[in-house]
Design a protein around this ligand. Structure first.
Ligand code: PNS
Length: 168
C-alpha cells in the first residue's frame, strides 16, 4: 500500500522556517501533508491554538495539499482518524534524537501500524527552534529569516504589546 498523506505534528509556537522547510520537503514525497497543531493548555503557549493554526494556514494558503488542524489526545489516534499511517518529524541534530526516538517507539507501541519518518531540514535551519525564536523576539532581537514574515510581525505584536496599567 502506498501512502499519499502524512501527518506533521508539533507545537508550532510559532512555526519557523525550519518547519516550513520540512513541510515543503514532505510535499516532495507525499501528496498531502496534514499539519497537526498540538492543543495543550499545560504548555502555556505564546500563541493560542487558533493563532498557530491560522498562521500556518496563511503561509500555505496557495498550497491546497497542506491541511492544518488542531489536535489533542494521542497523536496516533489523530493520524488514524485522518486516514494516514505516517508521521513526519524533523531531526535537526543528534540532540533531538533521544526525544524523537522515545516518541517514535512509544507511538509504535501504541499503534504498530503507524510509521514515523524523520526528515532533516536545510542545514541553514539546523540551529533553529521555536523556543529560541520566542526568546530572541522577547528580548528585542531580530527574527528575520528565521520565521515567515507574517509570523515575525505577529511575534513583534505579541512581545511589544504594552502592559495593562493596574488601577490603584
Ligand atoms: O513540537 P513539539 O512540541 O516537539 O511536538 C511534540 C508532539 C506534539 C509531536 C508530541 O507532544 C505529541 O505527539 N503529543 C500528543 C500526545 C501523544 O500522542 N503522546 C504520546 C506519544 S509520545
Amino acid at each position: 500500500m502506498l501512502e499519499t498523506r502524512a501527518v506533521y505534528p508539533g507545537s508550532f509556537d510559532p512555526i519557523t522556517n525550519g518547519h516550513v522547510d520540512i513541510i515543503e520537503r514532505g510535499l516532495r514525497v507525499f501528496n498531502r501533508i496534514i499539519v497537526a497543531v498540538l492543543e495543550n493548555p499545560k504548555k502555556r503557549p505564546l500563541f493560542t491554538t487558533k493563532e498557530r493554526v491560522r498562521m500556518i494556514q496563511d503561509i500555505f494558503a496557495s498550497k491546497k495539499e497542506v491541511e492544518v488542524r488542531a489536535f489533542d489526545g494521542l497523536l496516533v489516534d489523530f493520524a488514524r482518524a485522518r486516514g494516514t499511517h505516517v508521521v513526519i518529524r524533523g531531526l535537526r541534530a543528534i540532540s533531538d534524537f533521544e526525544y524523537e526516538f522515545q516518541m517514535a517507539l512509544m507511538n509504535r507501541s501504541l499503534a504498530p501500524d503507524i510509521e514515523t519518518f524523520f526528515m532533516m531540514p536545510s542545514v541553514n535551519y539546523s540551529f533553529l527552534s521555536s523556543n529560541l525564536v520566542r526568546e530572541v523576539a522577547a528580548l528585542g532581537g531580530s527574527v528575520e529569516g528565521l520565521v515567515p514574515e507574517p509570523v515575525a510581525r505577529k511575534l513583534g505584536d505579541k512581545v511589544n504589546r504594552p502592559k495593562k496599567v493596574q488601577n490603584p
